[in-house]
Design a protein around this ligand. Structure first.
Ligand SMILES: Nc1ncnc2c1ncn2[C@@H]1O[C@H](COP(=O)(O)OP(=O)(O)OP(=O)(O)O)[C@@H](O)[C@H]1O
Length: 251
């Protein structure tokens, strides 16, 4: 993996929401085919980093490069480059309600491919295949906002994956899922390994991290405090305790 091409290169990146720091001097390279997990306590900057990689927010300081060009406002001012970037990078939000707005799940799945100008027959056949792949065929005619939290998460993931992005960004993909649904997401992410898809995910699910990631980056107050293999990070209990990632038990 260390030899594969860098897709994202962040150099000294800082970002603040008005007066609240989100990211603070971050250096990070994400390579093609990598499965990278971002861990850290609430508010450590995981979602902010994912939004930055998705081109939804831009660095206040430092530089961000994606696919060998600057990932900044200028890229999105150019419609062709913006569309090309959006095709390559898909983000599944932590809260699926942000993402789902169509009258039915079927329409929701059609939205991305329609934007990309796919032919109608291809859209129809891809929707059928995607509904089956995510075991949501029975939800096709339902209104997304009337689904359960776990069902919404599956639909949101399917909506992003239908366009086959090269990079998949996932914000807490197993949160709010029942154990069986969480296992299904993990199995899906393991299967994606053979698809050459680059995956960056934020998670609090340390028990499943070895199954879904090759590398773990630990964030604390918007800074990267450690990066390593899942085994090395999980064994470092002092690091986990410092980063507020261990349970505390009442004395
Ligand atoms: N929309 C926003 N407006 C103002 N501050 C924000 C906003 N979103 C995040 N922040 C702040 O930025 C910092 C980083 O938040 P972020 O959401 O990136 O953390 P996180 O690691 O994803 O947290 P969690 O595990 O709770 O999802 C926090 O201090 C948070 O309060």
């Amino acid at each position: 993996m260390s030899d594969s091409a860098p897709l994202f290169e962040l150099d000294g990146v800082s970002y603040a929401y008005r007066n609240t720091p989100g990211l603070d001097g971050l250096d990070l390279t994400v390579r093609s085919g990598e499965r990278l997990a971002l861990v850290g306590a609430n508010g450590s900057g995981k979602s902010t980093l994912l939004k930055l990689l998705a081109g939804l927010i831009f660095a206040d300081h430092g530089s961000v490069r994606a696919f060998d060009e600057a990932l900044d406002e200028d890229l999105f001012a150019d419609e062709d480059r913006a569309i090309a970037f959006r095709r390559r990078v898909g983000l599944v939000f932590q809260n699926p309600d942000i993402q789902l707005f169509s009258p039915t799940v079927f329409d929701e799945l059609a939205f991305g491919p329609l934007q990309l100008g796919w032919p109608p027959e291809e859209i129809r056949s891809q929707i059928t295949a995607t509904l089956e792949r995510f075991e949501i065929a029975h939800l096709g005619d339902r209104a997304p906002h009337r689904l359960s939290g776990g069902e919404k998460k599956r639909v949101a993931l399917a909506c992003v994956l239908i366009s086959e992005p090269q990079v998949l960004l996932l914000d807490e993909p197993t949160a709010a899922l029942d154990p069986q649904s969480a296992d299904a997401v993990v199995a899906f992410l393991q299967a994606e390994r053979s698809q050459d898809r680059t995956i960056v995910l934020a998670t609090h699910d340390l028990d499943r991290i070895e199954a879904v990631a090759d590398r773990v980056v630990v964030l604390d107050h918007g800074k990267i405090v450690a990066s390593g293999s899942p085994g090395a990070i999980l064994d470092d209990t002092a690091l986990l305790a410092r980063s507020r990632l261990l349970h505390t038990r009442p004395a």
